[in-house]
Every structure is written in structure tokens, then in C-alpha cells.
Design a protein around this ligand. Sequence first.
Ligand SMILES: [Fe+2]
Length: 226
Amino acid sequence: MKHWYRLDINTKDALGIDVKKHCFDNTDRADVFIEGHGGIWTFGKDEIFKQSWIDYVQETCPYLEVTGALIFWRAPGYQHAGAHIDVAPNSSPSRVEGIDYENGFHATNSSDSMDANDFYPVVSSYNWILNSDDDSAMTWHEPLPNANIELKKFTDAVHYDEVPIVDCKEIDRCTIGNDKLVMVRTNVLHNVDMGQQERWAISARCVMGWSNWQEAVETLKEYIVE
Ligand SMILES: [Fe+2]
């Protein structure tokens, strides 16, 4: 099974702000910011998206209720040496009470800064790249048997289960592109293979009414174009 599916949902007119400017004006609010290299920001839906686009998404696909976004910026050529699984705090607006989210190796790991019981793995997110000449790829990986797995906390908003990329084998990749939402699997180890372009990725987060990837794909299958 693929780890990404392009959906027939347009990204045109989604943003209500100049995202690059807004992020660089708010580096103090970044979850992670490394001058000259990259950054991650978390925004609520009203801070970044036009309500007309949120409405368009839900009218087009009733299963997708946008709750917010993560923004990922990377400078050209910046390679991160770890692959990770997205986990979110149980208080996240995307979590549905009562759904038992598929939990790979996350459940087995806790650290001093975070208890595995306070977080859940994010099954899927809905991504696109701001620049139309995207030459990067999102990559998915399997940990090798001897992998060194670490549960990491960056901020209250960003938590990752991370594995060094050298302890992984690549299993899939996708150049996300600019004009359609791509549903990507986030509860399997993933990373970004950068090209020569700067990369600004918008990752919309939606209410997650499914417990695993297969169910997400099955639910959205009539909206899949690739
Ligand atoms: Fe991620």
C-alpha cells in the first residue's frame, strides 16, 4: 500500500496570509527554528486559512474538517538526519475521543520529557508545497532491526518518535507539489529529501475519524486522483 495519495481537492486560495512573512515575523513562536536552515510553526485554522477554503474542503469531502496547520520550512539542501513519526498531545483538536489510534512502536517508548500515554500517533495529514517548482520528496522508511528509537519532545506542540536515517530503509517517496492536497501517512517513519529549492510545506491537520491508514484511504478513496 502506498504511503501517500493525491486528492481531488484544490489548494488554490487556501491561505489568508503571506505564510513566509508570517513565519519569519513570528520566529519566537516557532516550535523549532534554526536560523538559515529550517523551522516548524503550528497555527490554528483561523490564523492561516481562509474560512471559504475550510468550507470548500468540507463541502468537497465531508470527512475532512480542518483544525489547523503545521508549517515546515527548509533551506535548499538542508538534510535532516532522522526520520520520525508524528505524535500529538491528547488535547489536540484533531483527536476524536474514543478512537483507538493505531500505535506502532510509539506505545513502547517514553522519555523523561514525555509519557507515551499523553500522546497519540497522527495517522494522516494533508500537505502541499507553496513553491510551484517543488523538487523535494517526502520519504517513508522502515526501521532496521537494530534501530535506535528515541521519543523526543521539541515543544508542547511538536513531539516526534525519531530514528536516525542510517538505521532506516526507504520504502516510498512522493514529490508533493503545489496544487492538490496530498494525504500523507504520518504514523510511519518519514523524512524529507531536499532538492535545490527552498521548501515551504503546509500540512493541514484535520479531525481524524479513523484509527489507521488503511481506514483513512478507504474512507477517502473516491477523492483519490493518484
Ligand atoms: Fe512529520
